[in-house]
Design a protein around this ligand. Structure first.
Ligand code: 5GP
Length: 194
C-alpha cells in the first residue's frame, strides 16, 4: 500500500451513497505533510511534461494543487463556483454538476490567468463521475491551452469518470484508486497500481 492508501485505510470513513469521507486529513482538517507527499507524487509523474500552470477547482482541490505547485514552480489557478448567470466575456465558463451536493454550478476562470499555449496539469481531490474534470478540461481547451496531465488524489474506480477520461486519451494518474468500498462494514479495497 502507498502512503495515501494507508491513510485512507486508517482514517477514511465510508458513507452511504458512494461517498468516502476524508475530512480528518484531506478536505476539512488537512495533514500538510501528506499534502506535500501528494504534491511530490504528482511532480514525479508529470515532471517531464513542461507544465506551466496547475488548474484546480475550489475548494478541496486548492491545497493539493498548491503542494504540487511548490515542486513544479508554477502558479495555481482555481476555477471558482459562481451562481451568477451574468458572466462577462473575460471569463471561461463551464457547467459542473456537484457529486456531493447534487446541484449544478457554473465554474469560471479569468481569461487573464489561462493563456493560449499554457501546458496545464489539472489536479483535484476526488474523481467520481468526472463532471468536475470535464469542466476543467473544457475550460483549458477553450483557452487554447493543452491538458498535459491530470492528477487526482482519490479515484473511485467503481464509478465511471476514470474510464471515460482515460478513454478520451488524457494522461490520468490517481494516487489511490478505490476499487470497492462498503458502508456497512467500512472496508475499502484498492486497485493494484505499479
Ligand atoms: P465528479 O465530478 O468526478 O463526479 O466528482 C468529483 C468532485 O466531487 C470532487 O471535486 C469532490 O469534491 C467531490 N467528490 C466526489 N466523490 C466524493 C467522495 O466520495 N468524497 C468526497 N469527500 N468528495 C467527493
Amino acid at each position: 500500500m502507498n502512503f495515501l492508501e494507508e491513510r485512507i485505510t486508517k482514517d477514511g470513513i465510508v458513507k452511504e451513497g458512494n461517498v468516502l469521507k476524508v475530512d480528518s486529513f484531506l478536505n476539512h482538517q488537512m495533514d500538510v505533510a501528506l499534502l506535500d507527499q501528494l504534491g511530490q507524487a504528482f511532480y514525479e509523474r508529470f515532471k517531464d511534461k513542461g507544465i506551466t500552470k496547475i488548474l484546480t477547482i475550489e475548494a478541496s482541490g486548492i491545497a493539493i494543487a498548491c503542494s504540487a505547485a511548490r515542486y513544479f514552480g508554477v502558479p495555481v489557478v482555481f476555477a471558482k463556483k459562481s451562481k451568477s448567470i451574468n458572466i462577462d466575456g473575460d471569463m471561461y465558463v463551464a457547467e459542473v454538476e456537484s457529486f456531493t451536493h447534487k446541484n449544478k454550478n457554473n465554474v469560471i476562470v479569468s481569461k487573464k490567468f489561462l493563456r493560449p499555449g499554457d501546458r496545464v496539469l489539472i489536479i483535484d481531490d476526488f474523481l467520481a463521475n468526472g463532471c468536475a474534470l470535464q469542466g476543467l478540461i473544457s475550460i483549458t481547451e477553450s483557452a487554447c491551452a493543452s491538458v498535459e496531465g491530470i492528477g487526482i488524489a482519490i479515484e473511485k474506480g467503481f464509478q465511471h469518470g476514470g474510464r471515460v477520461i482515460r478513454n478520451l486519451g488524457y494522461d490520468l494518474y490517481s494516487a489511490a484508486i478505490v476499487e470497492e468500498m462498503n458502508a456497512e462494514n467500512g472496508t475499502i479495497v484498492f486497485r493494484e497500481q505499479n
